[in-house]
Design a protein around this ligand. Structure first.
Ligand SMILES: O=C(O)CCC(=O)C(=O)O
Length: 291
C-alpha cells in the first residue's frame, strides 16, 4: 500500500504553539500528529503497570465492553453486541490474548465513569480551549459561539487489546486522541470524500459501510491482489476517489492526533513486535472532544 496514501503532518509538541495549532490546523480543519504531547503525563508511565488500573479503579469495577467478531460495533442493538464485565476480567482476557480478547473493546468510556481519580494522571491540552470559527454547516460550532463560557472537553478512555479496531466513521466535534499505552494506526479522509466512503442511508449516518477492510487495515490483507479486487468490486468509488486521498499516521505512547470535526477515521491498534516490551496485551488511549 505504500506510496498510495499521504502522511498526516507531524509536529513536536514543543514546537507547536497554541496559536500555530489554531491557525494551521483547527481553523483550517487539517489533522496533525503532535509528537510527545502527552509524554510527561503520569498516565504514560503509570497505566502500563500491570496492577495500576485495578488498584485505582477497583478490580471489580464493572465496565461496558463492546463485543464483535472484528472491531467494535457502534450500537448495542443486538443482545450479543455488548457485555458488562469486572475490570480485572477484561484485563486478564487481554493478557491471555486469542479470540476472546479480540472480541472485547472497552471503547469510549467517560473517564469519570471509569474513575474520576484517573484525571490526575492526564493534563487537558491547552489546544482544547480554542474555539474554531463558527461555521453554519457545523451546528456544534454555532452553539459554541453562543455560549458565554467555554465548556470543558468530554474526556473518554479507550481500553482495548492489541487487535482492537474502530471501523470507519466520523464525529462532529474536534478531537485530540492521545495515545497512552501501545500503538495505533489511523487512516483519515476529509469530509469532501464522504460520498466515496459509502455512508448508509444517503449520508445521514456517521458510519461507513466499509467498516474495516484490508485497504485500511493491513492485518486483513492490506492491498494484496484479492483484497484489492474485492474492495474495488464492492466499493469502486472508495478505490478510485477516496483511497488516493487517504491520510495515514501511527501514534505511540505520548503522541496525540488532532482529528478535525467531520473527518472520517479508521483506528486500529498495532500488535507489538515480538521483542517489544510487554504491555499485557492492552492498548490505551484518552480522547478529548470539544466544540
Ligand atoms: O481509538 C479508537 O479505537 C477510536 C477512537 C475514535 O474513534 C475517536 O477518538 O473518535
Amino acid at each position: 500500500m505504500s506510496g498510495r496514501f499521504r502522511h498526516v503532518a507531524s509536529h513536536a509538541a514543543s514546537t507547536l504553539s497554541v496559536e500555530a495549532f489554531a491557525s494551521l490546523h483547527l481553523n483550517q480543519s487539517v489533522p496533525v500528529v503532535i509528537k510527545g504531547l502527552a509524554q510527561a503525563w503520569p498516565a504514560v508511565s503509570l497505566w502500563p503497570k500491570p496492577d495500576y488500573l485495578c488498584s485505582v479503579c477497583g478490580a471489580e469495577r464493572a465496565v461496558l465492553c463492546e463485543r464483535n467478531e472484528r472491531g467494535r460495533l457502534f450500537s448495542y442493538a443486538s443482545a450479543d453486541s455488548s457485555v458488562t464485565l469486572p475490570l480485572h476480567e477484561v484485563l486478564s482476557t487481554y493478557r491471555a490474548g486469542g479470540a476472546a480478547a479480540e472480541r472485547l473493546y472497552v471503547a469510549q468510556t467517560p473517564i469519570d465513569e471509569l474513575q474520576p481519580r484517573l484525571r490526575e494522571d492526564i493534563i487537558v491540552p491547552p489546544y482544547c480551549d480554542l474555539a474554531a470559527p463558527a461555521d453554519w454547516r457545523k451546528p456544534a460550532s454555532l452553539l459554541a459561539a453562543m455560549l458565554p463560557v467555554r465548556p470543558p472537553p468530554d474526556i473518554h478512555v479507550w481500553l482495548g487489546h492489541t487487535t482492537s479496531v474502530s471501523p470507519l466513521h466520523f464525529d462532529t466535534k474536534h478531537n485530540l486522541l492521545a495515545q497512552i499505552v501501545g500503538h495505533k494506526r489511523v487512516c483519515l479522509f476529509a469530509p469532501e470524500c464522504s460520498s466515496a466512503l459509502y455512508a448508509p442511508h444517503g449520508g445521514s449516518s456517521n458510519q461507513s459501510q466499509l467498516g474495516t477492510v484490508g485497504l485500511l487495515d493491513p492485518r486483513l490483507g492490506g492491498s494484496n491482489g484479492t483484497e484489492y479486487a474485492r474492495v474495488r468490486d464492492q466499493f469502486p468509488r472508495f478505490v478510485t476517489e477516496a483511497l488516493p486521498n487517504m491520510h495515514v499516521c501511527e501514534i505511540g505512547p505520548g503522541d496525540a492526533l488532532y482529528i478535525p470535526g467531520g473527518w472520517w477515521h479508521h483506528v486500529a491498534a498495532i500488535a507489538p513486535a515480538p521483542e517489544a516490551k510487554n504491555s499485557d496485551g492492552c492498548v490505551l488511549s484518552v480522547n478529548f472532544w470539544w466544540v
